[in-house]
Every structure is written in structure tokens, then in C-alpha cells.
Design a protein around this ligand. Sequence first.
Ligand SMILES: Nc1ncnc2c1ncn2[C@@H]1O[C@H](COP(=O)(O)OP(=O)(O)OP(=O)(O)O)[C@@H](O)[C@H]1O
Ligand SMILES: N[C@@H](CCO)C(=O)O
Length: 322
Amino acid sequence: MAVYTDITEDDLARFLTNYEAGTLLSYKGIAEGVENSNFLLHTTKGAFILTLYEKRVDPKDLPFFLGLMHHLADRGLNCPLPLSRKDGELLGELSGRPAAMITFLEGTWLRKPAAKHCREVGRALAEMHVAGAGFQLTRKNALSVDGWRPLWDKSAARADEVEAGLQEEIADELAYLESHWPKTLPHGVIHADLFPDNVFFIGDQLSGLIDFYFACNDTYAYDVSVCINAWCFEKDGSFNMTKGMALLDGYEQVRPLNGAELKSLPLLARGSALRFFLTRLYDWLETPPGALVVKKDPLEYLKKLRFHRQVKSAEEYGLVHR
Ligand SMILES: Nc1ncnc2c1ncn2[C@@H]1O[C@H](COP(=O)(O)OP(=O)(O)OP(=O)(O)O)[C@@H](O)[C@H]1O
Ligand SMILES: N[C@@H](CCO)C(=O)O
């Protein structure tokens, strides 16, 4: 359960007086997520999410994240919205952390997504890429190729505790990706973490996207590769090409990928697998026992990375030629 920072009812009730959000009826910590502390609030005006921003969120990035949610919603994307305070600010402070009140999005995330859901996700990702155009603020992707080596350096000494031989394998992988990483692909605002737990459905209908706290400016096709990793592998580690085909098809219905993007997809997928392997590895080694968070398995992403090394073209992900 991701509640890193505790709040008291008195502090929360006082915090709520900064908003036109009614008075507190009940609240509880949310037993999901690994990054920030989230609480579900019921007030006399309905349900809200309270988010306290934790270690991986740099407070100076919060105007980008919160402003982006407004920009995307204004262009028709279904996503939660940060509430404005009475003083006009989107951000407040609670228990010593930056904190925001967010509208509650109906729906639930899918534990076992099928190919039809992957198509919906592909389409929604492309819609987000299109809707992000014109957003005035920018944010570099701190977890792209330049960020991986410093992150690896924090875990490298203990990496063999997770699997023997990792030191050499990751050092080689980093060197390869750093020298081959594409620099000129189409780019704009990307989500960068569109995993199943960040996509809500009502029945089979996608109801919205949440968790924009890794959003940044980067290449669109990298975001597609994040989704291939997060949506198209089965629990046993095998790649499901039917899901890959559906995801790419859904994406291309809104924003066709060009030849250079398709050619780079296997390399981008290696990179995005490495990115999630590295953050998970760091958390695996550093999270103290007893913390209220379910740690995610870094080896799941190492296996995906190894799979992508063997992939020669986007056809192997299910791309159908138009
Ligand atoms: N606006 C919202 N409406 C409804 N539920 C929400 C909303 N925002 C968050 N939640 C709930 O809180 C959970 C955790 O939220 P979120 O994914 O933003 O946390 P996180 O710690 O940033 O997670 P992650 O590990 O995906 O980065 C979600 O799975 C969902 O159940
Ligand atoms: N979606 C990420 C957690 C948030 O960074 C993962 O599964 O590792």
C-alpha cells in the first residue's frame, strides 16, 4: 500500500477549508501505487483523491503535471483534474508534503486485460499524444537514456543479489543503448507510465487515464514501447502478439507511426524495459522492510529486455503493413 506519509483527520479537515470541496465525511489510504501517497476522500460534495507527492516527484515539476491534466481535459481527454484552491493555486501542503486534491475518475483498472483492451489503450495513447500538442510547459524525461547510468550506479554494487551476472549484462546494455539511442524521432508530450493500473475501464469501455506524474517531452514511439511492455506480455513472461497487433492498430488509427519510428521500436522497447527494470531494482534494494508498499519485481522487466534484444522488426510485435 502506498502511503508513505500519514495524515491526521484534524490536519486534513483544516486542509480542506482551502477548497470548495465540502466538509470531510471519511477518508482512507489507497492500497495501490508505489510512487505517491493517495487517499480516497468522501466529503459532503462527493468523492475526491488526495495526493501527497513523494520522493520521485520534484516539486518544481508539479505545475507541468497539473497544468497538463487541465490541457488534456480541455481537449477532450478523459483524465482527472486538480481542484483549484480558494486562492487560485492548484497545489497546497499537508503533513510537510506538496499536496493536491484531484477529481475522482469512475472505473477500475483491469487485472487481466485482453487484446480488445490493448486496442483501446493504443488509441487513447495516440489521442493523448495528439491532445498534448500546444501545451506550453516542457519537462525533460529524467528517466530516459541520460538518466539510466546514474540510476544504475546507485544499485550496481548490490545488483548481483537479485541475479548473478547482472553487473556485466547491464553495463553492456547501457553502453549499447547510449550509443544507438535515436535522437530525431517525432516527439511531444508523452505519458511515460501508461501501465494497466493507470487506465480505467467501465466494462470494456476505456473511461480515462490517470497518473501523469512521469509525463514529459520525449519521443512518441518510446511511449508506445512502454505500453507494449506493460500490456502485451503474459504473466508467464511470453509476448502476446495478438495484443501487440491490437495495441499498434489502435494507436495507428489515430496517429500512424512513420518508418523511422517503426524501425526504432525494438530498440526503444529495450530502453523502456531497462528504465522500469532500473527503478524497480532501486526500490527493491532500497525500500525498508515494513514500508507500506508492494514492491514490484525487477526481473519481470529484465526478461522483457532480453526478449526485445532478439526482436528484429516491428512485425514481430504484430505490426500489420498498411
Ligand atoms: N483520480 C482518480 N480517481 C479514482 N481513483 C484514483 C485516482 N487517482 C488515483 N486513484 C487510485 O489510486 C491508485 C494509485 O494512484 P496512482 O497510480 O496515481 O499512484 P502512484 O503511486 O503514482 O502509482 P504508480 O505506481 O502507478 O506510479 C490508483 O490505482 C487508483 O486506484
Ligand atoms: N509503473 C511502474 C511503477 C511506477 O513507476 C512499474 O510498474 O514499475
